[in-house]
Design a protein. Structure first.
Length: 134
């Protein structure tokens, strides 16, 4: 299913990134089973969650989602929309079974085309918006 349809994803675990002296790179380290990610003003953090989707390949395009925030004070949850743009090159990289590691996406990448401003784009392949291989 492409970026237009909803795809259920299952959170498998929570983790963190640590520098590995042997690998000379950032290593993903499991820190716990999937659970609510609590972020407080006194302990701000950037939690990492591993999501898996079976029998699905990433295709290029714009993916949109929302982060639902439930506050301890009660009230209705607040939705914060976000988008991720996956270029043709990004999709090829992410679908290649020989690849491992991670790919960094930013929502403030310099040179991002105006139709993807505010979206997270890959810093590895740049903000290329082409649909063919470069």
């Amino acid at each position: 299913m492409g970026p237009q349809g909803a795809v259920p994803a299952l959170c498998h675990e929570l983790g963190k990134w640590e520098y590995g002296e042997k690998s000379n790179a950032l290593d993903y380290v499991v820190v716990g089973d999937p659970t609510l990610m609590v972020i407080s003003r006194s302990r701000p953090q950037r939690p990492v969650a591993l999501f898996s989707i079976w029998d699905w390949a990433i295709s290029s395009g714009r993916y949109e989602g929302a982060l639902l925030v439930h506050r301890s004070e009660g009230g209705p949850p607040e939705a914060y929309p976000f988008c991720v743009y996956v270029s043709f090159d990004d999709a090829a990289y992410l679908n290649d079974p020989r690849r491992s590691g991670f790919q960094l996406y930013r929502n403030d990448h310099p040179g991002t085309p105006s139709d993807h401003k505010g979206c997270y784009v890959s810093t590895a392949t740049g903000s290329s918006t082409g649909t063919g291989a470069s």
